[in-house]
Design a protein around this ligand. Structure first.
Ligand SMILES: CC(C)(COP(=O)(O)OP(=O)(O)OC[C@H]1O[C@@H](n2cnc3c(N)ncnc32)[C@H](O)[C@@H]1OP(=O)(O)O)[C@@H](O)C(=O)NCCC(=O)NCCS
Length: 414
């Protein structure tokens, strides 16, 4: 049988359209708009258009068959994630699609392997993705470690506004977006896994001088002229029982600001009986919400894996009070540079991962590493899941050291 794929490489700019079409077919995107009929140039000798440089902030990979046909694609998004106060370079994966006729032959696996090699070469440490199907990614070392949940709340159940004397509330505009980004950062930086929303594609403002697509309004809460809370929202249509106010982001740095914001959302009860939002777990806003009345509107699980385990450990922050060391062997067939015997040492807010020669009793798979690193599971649960092997009588608990920071979360879908 002829090999399905003979080449995996980065796409050239003139191949982007073909990749876009592959993605459109795979995910059911809107047909590409018919290209405008170009006006006949006055002077046929017009200089050729200067080639458009590929946008920075992502790397597109393509898989080609023996006839040079594009049969698969995958995108490495050049993100950064916050991990306990430090920014960690991430190779987040999106747009994985294989031609139907080429599926089930290892194309996706080869693409993901090449993407990991490229990400390793550009010094990425971790990788997250939102799967439409988990198995192909589990086979390549990612594990399910969390979910982005949209919840619906009856607007009438939200606590009514009780304006605080020292806070002011006002509508925001595009000029307030830098302050909004700073407030997001103040909240995200101490957590684990949240995107920094800076650099790469985030620096390319698709709507200069306007609010981002899908945002009709921005509600700001200020104290002494400083931003202490914001909500970005989409009004939706109508005002009958089906009307929904969709809150893209709602964050606050104080309980008073959170109460003020939730009060503003409550004021929509007469026209939008439902408020839809994606709350962080256990933040100032969540503490104000009647979560007993929440209904899950949508859940998108996300998966995580280390691209480079040593970098994933050294480039992130660790809880300063945590101190310890543990030895383990790691297995990672798809990214063999991660495999080997390691000693993890955590102390004073930093950590190191050293290669060792001795064979430790604890043998951790890269999927098990993802579970522990993101705080999604502890060592015993990872053993039960078959992703950590330890001889009878050996206590795996030492590997809980890997998951001592807050459980990882994601607020952005990609
Ligand atoms: C999902 C998709 C990318 C898989 O591509 P593929 O080239 O067929 O996958 P591979 O042949 O490399 O499979 C890798 C492994 O995953 C498994 N796998 C692949 N697709 C699977 C599926 N839909 N369900 C369960 N397992 C699957 C394969 O059995 C293989 O396992 P193995 O290592 O034991 O042999 C492809 O089916 C596709 O393009 N689907 C439509 C778009 C889509 O859903 N993309 C994913 C976006 S997150």
């Amino acid at each position: 049988m002829r090999p399905t794929v003979t080449q995996i490489r980065q796409l050239e700019a003139d191949e982007f359209a073909a990749a876009g079409e592959l993605g459109r077919l795979a995910f059911g995107g809107a047909p590409a708009a018919a290209p405008a009929i170009p006006a006949v140039p006055e002077t046929p000798t017009a200089a050729p258009a200067t080639p458009v440089p590929p946008p920075s902030g992502l790397t597109r990979y393509g898989a080609f068959d023996v006839d040079g046909r594009l049969v698969g694609k995958a995108v490495d998004l050049h993100h950064e994630q916050w991990w306990a106060g430090r920014r960690v370079v991430a190779a987040d994966v999106a747009g994985v699609a294989v031609l139907p006729e080429a599926r089930g032959r290892g194309v996706a696996r080869s693409l993901l392997q090449e993407l990991l090699r490229g990400a390793h070469a550009r010094e990425a440490a971790v990788s997250a993705l939102y799967p439409t199907v988990t198995e192909p990614y589990r086979r390549s070392g990612w594990e399910v470690t969390g979910a982005l949940r949209a919840i619906d709340l009856p607007t009438v159940a939200l606590p009514r506004p009780r304006p605080a004397p020292d806070l002011s509330v006002r509508p925001g505009g595009p000029e307030d977006l830098p302050a909004v980004a700073d407030l997001y950062e103040r909240i995200a930086r101490h957590r684990s896994g949240l995107l920094t929303r800076r650099g790469g594609l985030f620096d390319q403002d698709p709507t200069p001088g306007a609010l981002p697509d899908g945002v009709d309004g921005l509600t700001l809460v200020e104290q002494g002229g400083h931003l202490v809370g914001y909500a970005s929202w989409e009004r939706g249509r109508g005002y009958d029982q089906h009307a929904v106010l969709t809150v893209r982001d709602v964050l606050a740095t104080t309980p008073e600001a959170a109460r003020e914001l939730v009060g503003v959302l409550a004021s929509w009860h007469s026209v939008t009986p439902t408020v839809r939002l994606w709350p962080l777990a256990h933040d100032a806003i969540a503490a104000q919400l009647p979560l007993d009345q929440a209904r899950q509107h949508e859940q998108r699980v996300w998966m995580h894996r280390p691209v480079d385990v040593a970098r994933a450990v050294t480039s992130r922050g660790w809880p300063v009070q945590v101190r310890g060391r543990v030895e383990f062997a790691l297995t990672d067939d798809v990214a063999p540079w991660n495999s080997g015997n390691w000693r993890l040492e955590v102390d004073g807010g930093s950590a190191e991962l050293h290669r060792i020669t001795e064979q430790p009793p604890l043998v951790l798979s890269v999927r098990g590493f993802a579970l522990l690193y993101t705080g999604a599971a502890n060592a015993y649960a990872t053993v039960e899941a078959g992703l950590l092997h330890c001889p009878a009588g050996t206590d795996p608990g030492g590997l809980d050291l890997l998951g001592t920071a807050p459980r990882a979360e994601l607020l952005d879908y990609f």
